[in-house]
Design a protein around this ligand. Structure first.
Ligand SMILES: NC(=O)c1ccc[n+]([C@@H]2O[C@H](COP(=O)([O-])OP(=O)(O)OC[C@H]3O[C@@H](n4cnc5c(N)ncnc54)[C@H](OP(=O)(O)O)[C@@H]3O)[C@@H](O)[C@H]2O)c1
Length: 345
C-alpha cells in the first residue's frame, strides 16, 4: 500500500481550515493523509483558536491545543510556520509530498513554481489560475478526474462555482444540447470584503460593507466553464452577486435547450444524474433555504422545486452549494484521485 501522503496547507483561512477539519471528520487524517505542516501568517494562538472555534461550522470535533511550534489535534502534531514567502518555509525538512495552496495569493505558473523550487513536489491550488497554461491540469471532480496524472505537478481544483456547475452542464449538454447558458451566482461574503466600507481592494465594489449590501462583483465563471467544457465555448455568460450571509451560495442558471424538454423530464434527467454522480451532486424538491446546506459536502444540490421550462426551449435551473465545505471536500477528493497516480517519492 502507498504510504500516507504528507500534506502541507499554505494559507490557513476559510478553505485551509475546512480542509483540515474535513480530513478529520472523514477520518482520513492518519493512515492515508497526514497534514504535517501549516504555513499561515497569523500567530499560533490565533491559528489554534480559529481551529477550535468556527462561527459557521461550529466547534472542532476533537481536541485542539497549541504546542511548542505548532498545533496538536488529538494526538497529531502539525508544525505551524508563519511566512508569506514559500522560500522561507522548510517544506523539504518535513518531506512534504503535496502542498494545498489555499491562500489565494499565488495564481500564475511563475508564482506556483516557487513552491516547487522551495521543496514541494506537487501543488494543488484552491482557485482557478489566470490562464489554463498556468497549471498542468485544472480538475473538476466528476468531469475530468480520469485525466489527472502523476506527471502533473501544478494542479488547480478550479473554483467552488465551477465545481457546482460544470458536472451538471456537461450532463445537460449531452442530453439536451445547450445553445446558451446564463448564470447568476448568489455568493455568501468572503474575507476579501470589509465589514464596513474600507480601502483594501482593487475592485471598487468590494470596498463596500459586506454585511450591508447585495454587491455585484466580477467573476471568471464563464471563462472557467468554457475552459473545462470547450463544446460550450462562446455560449456562456455569468454574473456574480455577493449577498450578506456567512456561508452557502446558489446559482440561478438560464439555459437555451437545443432539444425540447418539459419541467418533469428535465427534473427526472437531473435526478438520475445526481443519483449516478457518486455523491458529488444531490437532488431535492423540498422547500429549502440556504442554511439547510451549511456543512453540506456536495459540489451542488439541484433544487428541483425551482426548475421550469417554457415551450420555446428556455429552461431555468437552481443549485445550492456550501462554497466552503463542498469545495474543501473536493480538495480532499482531488488528493485522493491524484496521489495514487504519483510515482513513489
Ligand atoms: N471561501 C470560499 O468559499 C472559497 C471557495 C472556493 C475557493 N476559494 C479560494 O480559496 C482561496 C482562499 O480563500 P479563503 O476564503 O480561504 O480566504 P481567507 O479566509 O482570506 O484565507 C486565506 C489565508 O491565507 C493567508 N495568506 C495570505 N497570503 C499568504 C501567503 N503569501 N502565504 C501564506 N498564507 C497567506 C491569509 O492571511 P492574511 O489574511 O494575513 O493575508 C489568510 O489567513 C482563494 O483563492 C479563494 O478564491 C474560496
Amino acid at each position: 500500500m502507498k504510504p500516507a501522503v504528507r500534506i502541507a496547507i499554505n494559507g490557513y483561512g476559510r478553505i485551509g481550515r475546512c480542509v483540515l477539519r474535513a480530513l478529520h471528520e472523514r477520518t482520513l487524517d492518519g493512515e492515508h493523509f497526514q497534514v504535517v505542516l501549516i504555513n499561515e501568517p497569523a500567530d499560533l494562538d490565533t491559528v489554534t483558536y480559529l481551529t477550535r472555534f468556527d462561527s459557521t461550522h461550529g466547534p472542532f470535533p476533537g481536541q485542539v491545543e497549541s504546542h511548542r511550534c505548532g498545533l496538536r489535534i488529538n494526538d497529531q502534531l502539525i508544525t505551524v510556520t508563519h511566512s508569506k514567502n514559500p522560500e522561507h518555509v522548510p517544506w523539504a525538512d518535513h518531506a512534504i509530498d503535496m502542498v494545498l495552496e489555499c491562500s489565494g495569493a499565488f495564481n500564475t505558473r511563475t508564482e506556483l513554481q516557487r513552491f516547487v523550487q522551495a521543496g514541494c513536489p506537487r501543488v494543488l491550488v484552491s482557485q482557478p489560475c489566470k490562464s489554463a497554461a498556468d497549471v498542468d491540469f485544472t480538475l473538476v471532480c466528476g468531469v475530468n478526474d480520469h485525466e489527472l496524472s502523476g506527471r502533473h505537478v501544478l494542479v488547480s481544483n478550479a473554483s467552488c462555482t465551477t465545481n457546482a456547475t460544470v458536472p451538471l452542464l456537461a450532463h445537460l449538454h449531452e442530453h439536451y444540447g445547450l445553445s446558451a447558458v446564463f448564470l447568476t451566482t448568489l455568493h455568501s461574503v468572503m474575507n476579501d470584503q470589509p465589514m464596513i466600507d474600507g480601502y483594501h481592494h482593487a475592485d471598487l465594489r468590494r470596498t463596500r460593507s459586506a454585511m450591508q449590501s447585495i454587491i455585484p462583483v466580477s467573476t471568471g465563471l464563464a471563462q472557467g466553464i468554457e475552459r473545462l467544457l470547450p463544446a460550450l465555448a462562446g455560449r456562456v455568460q455569468a454574473k456574480a452577486i455577493r449577498v450578506p450571509i456567512l456561508n452557502v451560495s446558489a446559482i440561478d442558471i438560464m439555459l437555451r435547450l437545443e432539444r425540447s424538454a418539459d419541467t418533469n423530464a428535465l427534473n427526472a434527467c437531473m435526478k438520475a444524474f445526481a443519483a449516478s454522480s457518486g455523491g458529488l451532486v444531490a437532488w431535492s424538491n423540498q422547500p429549502h433555504a440556504s442554511i439547510d446546506f451549511n456543512h453540506d459536502p456536495h459540489s451542488a444540490i439541484i433544487d428541483a422545486s425551482q426548475t421550469c421550462v417554457d415551450s420555446n426551449g428556455l429552461a431555468n435551473v437552481f443549485v445550492w452549494f456550501d462554497n466552503e465545505w463542498g469545495f474543501a471536500n473536493r480538495m480532499i477528493d482531488a488528493v485522493q484521485a491524484w496521489w495514487p497516480r504519483c510515482a513513489q517519492p
